[in-house]
Design a protein. Structure first.
Length: 193
């Protein structure tokens, strides 16, 4: 994947004064989700029985009587969107689906160097500004490569999520980068609705 941030003449630390709250925000925006969006589809009273959730992995078991009868497996990763002229990208902490085999392999090797491994996944697009569907409708899912990482201080790093080519605006922004102004617009939307 081509990285545009940090390239060019004198990349700067991203910062902006927010028109909504008046605060000066320094550093590239970074927003993440504590659980996959499908977590909210499980009734609250069923979550203890049907959901296993850690900071980096999640398994959602089907409800009794569901036709598929198979759990859904997710891992948490980092999706980078370059910001033109900024030294660091806009970061999204997202959840992607995994096959059972990839999920198990990821967990088994998490405390090792995983930089020579990876997997395929689906990214449910739930991020503001990138959702193209209405509230209550099925989320769009984009095909992605999950690039597993090495270690820092004996702990695995979250994998990088690289979207596969498509016409979705999120893929285009990840491939081409976004302007400083667009990064501000997206950050304000996330922080202040």
């Amino acid at each position: 994947m081509r990285r545009l941030f940090g390239l060019g003449a004198n990349p700067k630390t991203f910062e902006f004064k927010c028109a909504d709250c008046g605060a000066l925000h320094r550093g590239s925006p970074s927003f993440g989700y504590k659980h996959p969006p499908q977590y909210l589809d499980v009734p609250e009273e069923d979550r203890a029985a049907r959901v296993w959730l850690s900071e980096d992995a999640c398994v959602i078991s089907p409800a009794a009587g569901e036709q598929s009868g198979k759990p859904d497996y997710y891992i948490r990763g980092i999706l980078e969107v370059p910001i033109h002229g900024a030294s660091e990208p806009f970061l999204w902490g997202v959840w992607v689906t995994q096959s059972k085999e990839s999920f198990d392999r990821y967990l088994e090797t998490f405390r090792k160097d995983q930089s020579d491994d990876g997997s395929f996944g689906w990214l449910p697009v739930s991020m503001p500004h990138y959702r193209r569907i209405g509230q209550g409708e099925q989320l769009e899912n984009l095909r992605c490569n999950v690039v597993w990482q090495g270690q820092i201080n004996g702990r695995g790093q979250r994998p990088l999520i690289q979207l596969q080519e498509c016409d979705h605006p999120l893929f285009i922004d990840q491939r081409d980068g976004i302007s400083w102004e667009r990064a501000i617009e997206i950050a304000r939307l996330v922080m202040h609705g």
